[in-house]
Design a protein around this ligand. Sequence first.
Ligand code: SAH
Length: 421
Amino acid sequence: MTESPEPARPASGSTPQPTSASPDASQPPHATPAPVVLPEPTSTRPVPGELTFQAPRRGKPPRHLADFTPAERKQAVESLGHKGFRAKQLSTHYFERLEDDPEQMTDLPKAVRSQLVDDLLPTLLTPIVQRVADDGQTLKYAWRLHDGAIVESVLMRYPKRVTICISSQAGCGMNCPFCATGQAGLTRNLSAAEIVEQVVWAARALRRGELAGGGDEDREAPLRVSNVVFMGMGEALANYKASIGAIRRLTDPTPDGLGISARGVTMSTVGLVPGIDKLTAEGIPVTLALSLHAPDDELRNELVPINTRWSVDEALDAAHRYYEATGRRVSIEYALIRDINDHGWRADLLGEKLAARGSGWVHVNPIPLNPTPGSKWTASRPGVEQNFVERLRSHGIPTTVRDTRGQDIDGACGQLAAATA
Ligand code: SAH
């Protein structure tokens, strides 16, 4: 399997090492799992093909600095009776210094500090499980949110980049039958800050040197998060406002945001056409990934039920408009499922549909299916996978099989959260 030059979705690796089983003192203190308090279920398992756009109503997460634009932060600070410039100081601590200890925020007088920290930097994520795979180069977290909902993120080190795969919703309403998250239904949308916090946690873990590999352990500067992919739990375009807010916080230069290059951010979608068009209009050059999984409506209606609203051609047209507006090459995600969508004729049909819309605008990332527990489906045979790749390439479509990180630690798509819940 080739290593993809693009940010990769998590999936296989070495032996899982749940930190709970490891008394190793070098493990960070937060790795100890706290007792799990489960939320009352608010999502029901969807029936096949059912789509859920509205998340069940639950208590809102506490507000947080990372929910706000710089102007809104200033207002929030002033409405608490403090000077507006305190907003910038807080932003510098949070986004630039990645400070998690209020005691270190010594430029804020003590009384001011405790009020501002309590109000604008509440704890949003509590780590309940942390697992290590791929010789320490993959770290997977499951987080408990304020209301007991559970989400996950995966941090992966590659030779020239560090990628975090984040969640935008607890659960998902898109009900793709091969995806563990889709099968669990939608619990709720995450707030912008809950999305951003996953990246800030990762940035802090990197600063503490918790991610191994790269062969440059003697490097002086700490590693930084270079890539963020919305490929954890949820359909980010169905939680549009919070996801765009999060993208702004991730890409705004420090201290207003984390200063991650927009080119390093990938928005992955089932193909919500109005959402793709809205993203196009934002003018932020993030990478768009379209989870296609079939080139024909008949099969895609089953594999990606949103296809009954927006067809393959409509989704591809929207993806092409995105490319035209941003110049960013679009990724097509294609989980290869044995004898379901891996036929040579489907590779040809996909190749034709993509080539018909132009050249250089798209590339395809086939991914071997990571079977979910109890699934009747499995990954394509290697020869079939290779044939699929070659057929696509013969149409002039750049194609790279994704690597599969963290498979043994339930790295794929909602499996850790599902195992935890
Ligand atoms: N809602 C977004 C993000 C979902 S997860 C989207 O659909 O794009 C990111 C990718 O992982 C998607 O392409 C999704 O289809 C794929 N995926 C989900 N479950 C998978 C599985 N069991 N094996 C392989 N890929 C899977």
